[in-house]
Design a protein around this ligand. Sequence first.
Ligand code: NDP
Length: 283
Amino acid sequence: MDNLIDGKAVAASVRAEVAERTKKLFDETGIRAGLAVIIVGEDPASEVYVRNKHTACHEAGMHSLEVVMPAETTQAELEAKVDEVSADPAIHGLIVQMPLPSHLDTEAAIERIPFAKDADGLTSGAMGRLMTLQPGPLPCTPAGVIELLKAYDVDMKGAHAVIVGRSEIVGKPQAHLLLKEDCTVTICHSRTKDLEGICQQADILVAAVGRPKMLGAQHVKDGAVVIDVGINRLPEGLCGDVDFDAVQPKARLITPVPGGVGPMTIAMLLKNTVLAAEASAGR
Ligand code: NDP
């Protein structure tokens, strides 16, 4: 069935646009957009993400800085490093790679990032600007979902969007971004009554739960657009929060896992960085 949303293709076109803007900014102002990643300790999954970010930066013509700190780094040392990197004029976007070792306070570390350099769009400054419709960096994964919907000409005006999940990283900002596109938005979570009944009303169903294949055919209205943010590692490989085989025949459009929302996150990180670099040049 040809109802797949090809996240790799959409991410490639976002990255191509970012590369073009990066080049134009450099040619016209001498400013090379720069992204820094602060990593504390060793986490095999994070190492893969960080490598991918580094490669993506280079492909986009951006300056990329990796700051690796030992696992025993203290909160004060981490925050001092965030302050130092934030003050570097060559850096326009900064992220603190999660997960941090458990003795560190992730929220406090992220809050040290000035919102103008918050490439992940996760600081309260960036979130506040999203809620009050002011320009600022957008949270990467939910913003990537909006790019996918736009790339496939999904009519969001007045559509009922149901989001399963209310995390600070995905569910909540996703609701605001869909609201901004004039969707009627319902947010579901672990205490929601009649999850199935609410999901069945969705024109656009966004799954961001972290439970493998939790949403099945019984949750999906015929012709719905299904966006699966979930990334779950099973012995047989990666899967989403949607039971893809059961849902695909009912959906008008559906994202696969992998290859759907996942590739958009890094693309949007680069986009936030080049937009911040442009803003630093008064554009
Ligand atoms: P969280 O664990 O922070 O949030 C999960 C949400 O799902 C919570 O709001 C929780 O409700 C809700 N939930 C849990 N169980 C149920 C249930 N039985 N019924 C209804 N709601 C339920 O996860 P994240 O938002 O950080 O991530 C969600 C998924 O997205 C994960 O698989 C993660 O790996 C993936 N992800 C993918 C990214 C990408 O780049 N594609 C980026 C970020 C995340 P409550 O609040 O009541 O506990």
